[in-house]
Design a protein around this ligand. Structure first.
Ligand code: NAD
Ligand code: AKB
Length: 319
């Protein structure tokens, strides 16, 4: 039987691209996109439901109505936005996860996908090639909610047999939709400004290295972990996932290969402290070993693809 998928938070940076990829995999009629409000960026013909991830009854009703078998929970406040409203970030990021895990515990759905983040790591974590199992101690409310979420995912798997799968995404770079309020968002803004004005003011210092990934790799990783046989998923908290690592200076240099006049200044804000608490690079041997993860995009390939695609968009939508 074909899976029926519900995506909660489908209109965000990941959701808009994941919705399309899942529609290609299981058919347009088997994917239900949901969010607080509709976005025209969703593919034409998408089945859409207005849904608040905090509304447990509402989630249950949509699951029943559409005979949903899998839920991808993407609704969350990201690192920078969460620091501005810690109490609400904790409420949204945790309660929505419980609503979905409980549905699976009660056998209303078969499988759950919930993303974690490199934000689970903290200032005492080894910074280079950060191992899967290490000191964590996150110092942001976002990171605390992701770490707690990981513990609960593992608990629901061990106690109730819930088939929940998770990835610790690095910063994701994409051109199709805007980023949602993270610390790694600079690596997207830089492309827009390079093309529009030829200059960018970065909110991180030039030598702040962070783990990053191009969106096509992240979407593929998500689908690969969800399609892997259950026995291959040895980690039920969340998998380290890695592709590339760079700092603002390095990505600017790569952009300059195609836009030689591009210049960058720095005006550091509160996001620097968040970035300083995160690893610079991640070891994802477990994901590679357990379910065959392999990234494709290098920094060079990502920059080239970003510029090519964004150029077309900016050309068609001049300010
Ligand atoms: P985003 O902010 O772009 O999208 C989140 C979506 O959730 C938005 O469309 C928003 O409208 C929706 N939403 C917010 N509150 C909601 C609610 N109460 N009910 C229903 N929908 C609600 O975020 P994203 O970048 O797409 O991230 C998705 C998930 O992936 C999050 O859990 C995030 O922590 C995780 N993640 C993202 C990145 C990244 O770089 N984008 C990295 C690591 C982890
Ligand atoms: C953020 O910066 O908050 C996200 C993340 C790495 O989780 N991009």
């Amino acid at each position: 039987m074909t899976d029926k998928i519900l995506i909660i938070g489908a209109c965000g940076q990941i959701g808009t691209e994941l919705t399309e990829a899942l529609q290609k995999q299981v058919g347009l009629e088997n994917v239900i996109a949901s969010d607080l409000k509709f976005s025209p960026q969703l593919p034409e013909g998408t089945i859409f439901e207005t849904l608040d991830a905090l509304d447990q009854k509402g989630i249950f009703e949509i699951v029943k109505k559409h005979h949903v078998t899998q839920v991808y929970l993407l609704a969350a406040l990201l690192s920078a936005t969460a620091e501005k409203n810690p109490a609400f970030a904790w409420k949204l990021n945790m309660e929505s996860l419980f609503h979905v895990l409980d549905l699976a515990k009660e056998k209303q759905i078969k499988k759950v996908y919930w993303p974690s983040s490199i934000a689970v790591f903290g200032p005492n974590t080894p910074k280079k090639n950060t191992p899967q199992f290490t000191i964590m101690e996150p110092s942001t409310v976002y990171g605390i909610s992701k770490q707690a979420g990981e513990r609960w995912c593992e608990y629901y798997f061990n106690k109730f047999g819930v088939d929940v799968r998770s990835l610790r995404y690095p910063g994701l770079v994409s051109w199709k939709s805007a980023p949602g309020g993270g610390t790694t968002d600079y690596a997207i803004h830089i492309f827009h400004e390079a093309l529009k004005s030829g200059t960018y003011t970065c909110f991180l210092k030039e030598d702040t290295s962070l783990p990053m990934m191009y969106m096509p790799d992240a979407i593929r990783a998500t689908m690969e972990i969800m399609n892997a046989p259950a026995e291959n998923i040895k980690i039920r908290s969340s998998y380290n996932l890695s592709a590339i690592s760079f700092n603002p200076l390095e990505i600017a240099a790569e952009i300059r290969k195609q836009i030689p006049e591009f210049s960058m200044k720095h005006f550091v804000d509160f996001r620097q402290q968040i970035a300083d608490s995160w690893p610079g690079s991640i070891n994802d041997d477990e994901a590679r070993k357990n379910w065959g993860w392999n990234h494709k995009f290098t920094l060079e390939a990502m920059v080239s693809d970003m510029l090519q695609n964004l150029k077309k968009i900016i050309l068609h939508n001049p300010l």
